[in-house]
Design a protein around this ligand. Structure first.
Ligand code: ADP
Length: 632
């Protein structure tokens, strides 16, 4: 005698059970159908087992089978044996559909054909496809079937909210392949109930993620659900899930690729990707246009610079790129020569960076080159204008300085001449003549210096010959010693022996030393002037030192300027032109040397001129040094 169940079933639950029995085609599976329906309604395993008079273990077994989607327990436990032809022919149809779907042009085309062919070949009344969204109750409908069995486009711009999602949520939570409902309401695409019957939903999978469902029902023919329906739908769902995810990925990639190309082609810069052998992998349109003989990306892929650039350019770029690829050191904003689409020479500003794979290995490079020819031309023009402007300013300065410096001696000469004419005293006349002579010499010196400055301005490179600095200094000393002695100054010489020659213009170099020694004598009221020469750092250094008045710190930086005089009044007494040190600096620099000055007001000044010596192999082909005999 069976025990009375210890729990109460509601009227609707009893109705459910009745329907389960009604739909379970095989009498032997009705019991499990009832038990599963109870579980589905939320009753415990024990309660369901008690009602159908079996053990909870058996009910659990049924539930396991049901969860795996094998709802055959509700229909035929061994259907393929029961009706092998139907299953086999549907499997063959499924295979055909799958192959056909691989040729779908787009994702939407794939979905449309999946429903269309499914209806034609798999024998379902209605099929529908929808995709899951991030929000649990919202779906994206795709293609479906109308109430007359025809394909219906159910796509819409926004996800749709589904009311009847209880079973769906349960399936999602359990990650269940199938949802099978009997005697449920069947809907149209607007959510209206259009009939009653079974409804099976097979999950679509993308890897291990559920992406949507393929649903089928028996709205029109009311045919009972068979195991073959379930298995075919389940298989079709799996296949369709894979195809959809592949298509979607391919479309996303294509979209990204097109976007990337769009971005690359919308710039005027050349953009290119090259492999480790500097072969083009990808470029934008402008780079294709610039490479002569290529019209499409396909023409360009696989080529190297050697295929469309002059050999010397290709060689240079290849060497740079290989260095980058081997060291990983990028090329940043480098000015490089190039050719435009008509083969004209242009200048590019180029940046190339290494391209690495996920492991960090360099697999190529990405380059961007911008045509900066216009900018360069403007820059050069501006520079030329600036230099011209500077030259004009200098000329103006020179003329104004010069006219001032000419005026003073000329007015002295004029006054002296007038006085000579007016006075009869021969001694005073002689004094005036002396003054005229002095001013004339000063004018001559000024003109000499101006001419020298102008000559040096014109020629950037001096005539080169070997110059022996020791004999040059001896010559300066011999020339200026009388002046030093006239001021009772001590003139010291410290000359190293066996010094190598410097390469240059002996007369100009003589002027360098003479100007420095002359200044030292001029600006030393009493004391010592010494000249030293020695080898230093691949060159010869000449030092002129005095114990004179020195130069104030703030003036030191300016003494090499043209016409600059630290103390105009005192300087004028010495008859200096204010050009001496600027001439010294110009000559030194034209000879590849440099000049340094240190000074302490009241203690003296120290000038140091460094000149490079002739390298030994160069010296052998040069002629012997010239005798040095210029005059101050
Ligand atoms: P100048 O022909 O007037 O001497 P320079 O160009 O040779 O012109 O020198 C510029 C200025 O530098 C001089 O006016 C002087 O004031 C200062 N100067 C140059 N050499 C010395 C020195 N040895 N001692 C002190 N002042 C010096």
């Amino acid at each position: 005698m069976r025990n009375k169940p210890t729990f109460q079933l509601s009227a609707s639950e009893l109705l459910d059970i009745e329907q389960a029995i009604h739909h379970a085609s095989q009498p032997e599976v009705r019991v499990s159908a009832i038990a599963l329906r109870l579980l589905h309604k939320g009753h415990s395993v024990e309660a369901a087992a008690e009602l159908v008079n079996t053990s909870p273990t058996v009910v659990r077994k049924w539930r396991r089978a049901w969860r795996k989607g094998g709802l055959c327990a509700l229909t035929n436990p061994n259907p393929s044996l029961d009706n092998p032809d139907t299953l086999l022919s549907r499997l063959t149809a499924l295979q055909k559909i799958s192959i056909d779907l691989t040729t779908a042009a787009t994702f939407d085309d794939l979905c449309r054909r999946a429903i269309e062919m499914g209806l034609q070949l798999l024998g379902f009344d209605r099929l529908g496809l929808f995709f899951l969204t991030d929000k649990p109750d919202f779906m994206i409908p795709s293609f479906g079937t109308d109430e007359g069995g025809q394909l219906r486009d159910e796509r819409q711009p926004l996800p749709a909210q589904w009311n009847d999602t209880q079973d769906l949520q349960l399936a999602l939570a359990r990650q269940q392949d199938l949802i099978i409902r009997f005697d449920c309401d069947l809907y149209d695409n607007k959510g209206n109930i259009v009939g009653k019957g079974w409804n099976v939903m097979a999950a679509l999978w993308d890897g291990n993620k559920m992406t949507g469902f393929l649903a089928a029902d028996n709205l029109m023919n009311h045919r009972p659900l068979t195991d073959s329906d379930i298995q075919i739908l389940r298989l079709y769902g799996l296949t369709l899930g894979c195809l959809c995810s592949v298509k979607r990925t391919a479309e996303t990639l294509l979209k990204e690729r097109n976007m990337l190309r769009g971005v690359m082609d919308s710039t005027l810069d050349l953009i290119y990707v090259k492999d480790v052998q500097s072969r083009v992998v990808m470029t934008n349109n402008i780079a294709i246009q610039n490479a002569q003989g290529t019209a499409t990306l396909d023409d360009m892929v696989g080529l190297t610079d050697f295929d469309y650039l002059p050999e010397y350019m290709a060689q240079r770029f290849y060497a740079e790129e290989q260095h980058l690829l081997q060291t990983g050191i990028p090329i940043l904003n480098r000015e490089e020569p190039g050719l435009d689409e008509n083969g004209n020479a242009i200048t590019y500003l180029t940046t190339k960076v290494p391209l690495r794979d996920a492991q960090g290995e360099i697999i190529g490079l990405v380059g961007v080159s911008r045509d900066i020819s216009d900018v360069k031309r403007t820059e050069e023009q501006n520079l030329r204008l600036m230099l011209e402007h500077e030259r004009v300013e200098m000329m103006e300065q020179l003329v104004s300085n010069l006219s001032h410096d000419l005026k003073t001696p000329l007015s002295v000469i004029k006054t002296s001449l007038y006085l000579i004419d007016q006075i009869n005293d021969p001694i005073r006349q002689k004094l005036k003549l002396e003054s005229i002579k002095e001013q004339t010499e000063r004018l001559e010196r000024l003109i000499q210096d101006v001419l020298t400055v102008s000559r040096l301005d014109q020629s950037a490179q001096p005539i080169r010959q070997p110059v022996d600095m020791v004999s040059l200094i001896r010559s300066v000393e011999a020339n200026l010693r009388p002046r030093a002695e006239a001021k009772q100054l001590v003139l010291n010489l410290e000359l190293a022996s066996e010094l190598p020659y410097v390469s240059g213009n002996a007369e100009d170099l003589w002027r360098v030393v003479a100007n420095l020694v002359e200044n030292a004598i001029n600006y030393t009221p009493a004391g010592t002037v010494s000249i030293e020469v020695k080898a230093q750092a691949a060159g010869i250094v000449t030092i002129v030192r005095d114990s004179g008045i020195g130069i104030a710190k703030e003036q030191l930086a300016r003494i090499f300027e043209r016409f600059y005089r630290a103390d105009t009044a005192r300087n004028m007494q010495h008859g200096g032109t204010g050009l001496g040190l600027s001439i010294v600096k110009m000559i030194t620099e034209q000879h590849g040397g440099h000049i340094k000055v240190e000074s302490e007001p009241g203690s003296g000044t120290y000038f140091q001129v460094w000149l490079p010596v002739i390298s030994s192999d160069h010296a052998s082909v040069m002629t012997a040094p010239q005798p040095i005999t210029p005059e101050v």
